[in-house]
Design a protein around this ligand. Structure first.
Ligand code: NDP
Ligand code: A1CAB
Length: 272
């Protein structure tokens, strides 16, 4: 992988911003000294300053010194931030990457500059361990910039390029989705406690079982039902448990939850 030679400003260095920064350095994509992390309360970034990152509360200065600007604030924090960045944005120099849910490339251009290159990325919290599922989309940025963003996020997991109109769907399935799978693992461990295991053992067993299930699909490239068929012995205990879960709405509740999250993801940002 080619190392990025320019400067990166991560504006709004909370969960996602700091995880991205760590991933970029760990993978060798950029050195910490090439990355400026901003937030209003920079005391919260002292550990990153110790690791060689530049940290600042001055967003315009960080942007003015950067080639790539990654917007990692909450959707409701974005408009006020963009107002302060508008004077220092240079469409000839800057590539803007936004991870904000429900904010389109056009929304950002409208606040900054019509000529600006904007690419959206939707990672999930597994970015912290280099296992994110990140969806990347744009409306009118150059292919070279989309590729640059994809390469950047490939340092912290898998990347799929999608049409921008599917970004809220990607938010629900992948970004929110990690919480859905985590809750499923938690519920499985609680079931494990009821049938006899100590909580710690039950959680460990549930986690490794979930990992095995995901890896079966990833490594074998098979369909979930194909793998389920291998577990469900005729008249056996798996099909009894599985059908009981389905009678109680297991698949249906996941589908309904994902649909509601997708609606909500589209409503998070209020255009002003
Ligand atoms: N969490 C997730 O799983 C995912 C989140 N996203 C999106 O990523 C974005 C960030 O989410 P997340 O990291 O969870 O949120 P966090 O609240 O953890 O991070 C946001 C950060 O922005 C900082 N911030 C707020 N306003 C400003 C400002 N004006 N200037 C500089 N920094 C500012 C906050 O720090 P301070 O208050 O000190 O300024 C905070 O650290 C959101 O838009 C979200 O939709 C996308 C995919 C997954
Ligand atoms: O819940 C949220 O709004 C954010 C966006 C996707 C994941 N977390």
């Amino acid at each position: 992988m080619e190392q990025f030679t320019g400067k990166i400003a991560i504006i709004g260095s909370g969960n996602i911003g700091t995880s991205l920064a760590k991933g970029l350095v760990k993978s060798g994509y950029a050195a910490a000294a090439q990355i400026t992390l901003t937030r209003r309360n920079i005391a919260g970034l002292s550990a990153y300053a110790d690791q060689g990152f530049a940290v600042s509360a001055d967003n315009p200065a960080a942007v003015a010194a950067a080639d790539i600007v990654v917007l990692c604030v909450l959707p409701q924090q974005l408009n006020r931030l963009l107002e302060t960045l508008q004077p220092v944005i240079d469409p000839q120099r800057h590539l803007v990457i936004s991870v904000a849910s429900g904010v389109s490339c056009a929304d950002i251009r409208n606040k900054l500059s019509d000529a600006l290159q904007v690419v959206r990325a939707m990672p999930n919290t597994a970015i912290a361990i280099g296992q994110s599922m990140t969806c990347v989309a744009t409306d009118q940025a150059d292919e070279a910039n989309v590729q640059l963003v994809s390469t950047m996020f490939e340092t912290v997991g898998a990347v799929v390029k999608i049409n921008e109109d599917l970004m809220t769907a990607a938010t629900a399935l992948c970004a929110c989705g990690i919480a859905f799978f985590l809750r499923a693992i938690r519920a499985a461990s609680q079931g494990g406690v009821e049938i006899g295991f100590h909580a710690e053992d039950a959680l460990k067993m549930a986690v490794q079982t979930a990992k095995g299930a995901a890896d079966l699909l990833l490594l074998m490239e098979s369909h979930p039902e194909q793998e389920i068929d291998k577990v469900t012995s005729p008249k056996g205990c798996t099909i009894a448990g599985l059908n009981e879960m389905e009678h109680n709405g297991f698949s249906s509740s996941l589908i309904k939850g994902i649909k509601l999250s997708a609606v909500k993801a589209g409503e998070l940002y209020k255009k002003e």
